[in-house]
Write a protein of this length. Structure first.
Length: 163
């Protein structure tokens, strides 16, 4: 039994009791953005997942693909998907559709368009502040000034969403 435990600890990523699956370890960040953007947390979720390529015992028990539809109190619905499968689309992004247009957040870009195709805002990665760097700058400034940025509740609720 100890050998099995050591194997799992060395291969922590492949065991849900240690990693929570890649929906918890990686995709949670996209789920967190959706919760932040919508401004609330889901009241229900339904989904599916499975193992197509991670089928051997060396891959533990995690899935290689997930799809979850989250429904929020306001009626907003988020289709959330992630996968680790070769030769499939490789994209990490958030895409929102609203009553007046769309928002595409992919990597370090953000584009807001009206439904008639007019670009209302386009984050210029070369000239606009990098949002990841901005977040770190604000955190470090708060620490230097003895202030707190406390995202504990949001982090906990996004973790529960991913669970």
């Amino acid at each position: 039994h100890q050998n099995e435990m050591e194997f799992q600890m060395r291969n922590w990523y492949y065991f849900t009791w240690l990693c929570g699956d890649h929906i918890m370890e990686q995709h949670i960040h996209n789920i967190d953005v959706a919760n932040w953007f919508i401004g609330e947390y889901p009241v229900s979720a339904q989904g599916m997942g499975g193992r197509e390529v991670r089928t051997g015992s060396n891959h533990g028990e995690i899935f290689d693909h997930h799809f979850v539809e989250f429904t929020y109190p306001s009626g907003a619905v988020v289709a959330s998907q992630c996968r680790h499968q070769p030769n499939t689309m490789n994209r990490v992004a958030e895409f929102f559709q609203g009553t007046r247009g769309t928002i595409d957040i992919s990597g370090d870009r953000g584009i807001l368009k009206s439904w008639d195709g007019e670009t209302l805002y386009n984050h210029d990665a070369e000239n606009d502040p990098n949002p990841y760097q901005q977040e770190h700058d604000e955190l470090f400034a708060a620490i230097r000034n003895g202030e707190q940025i406390n995202d504990t509740e949001n982090g906990a609720k996004s973790t529960l969403t991913a669970l």
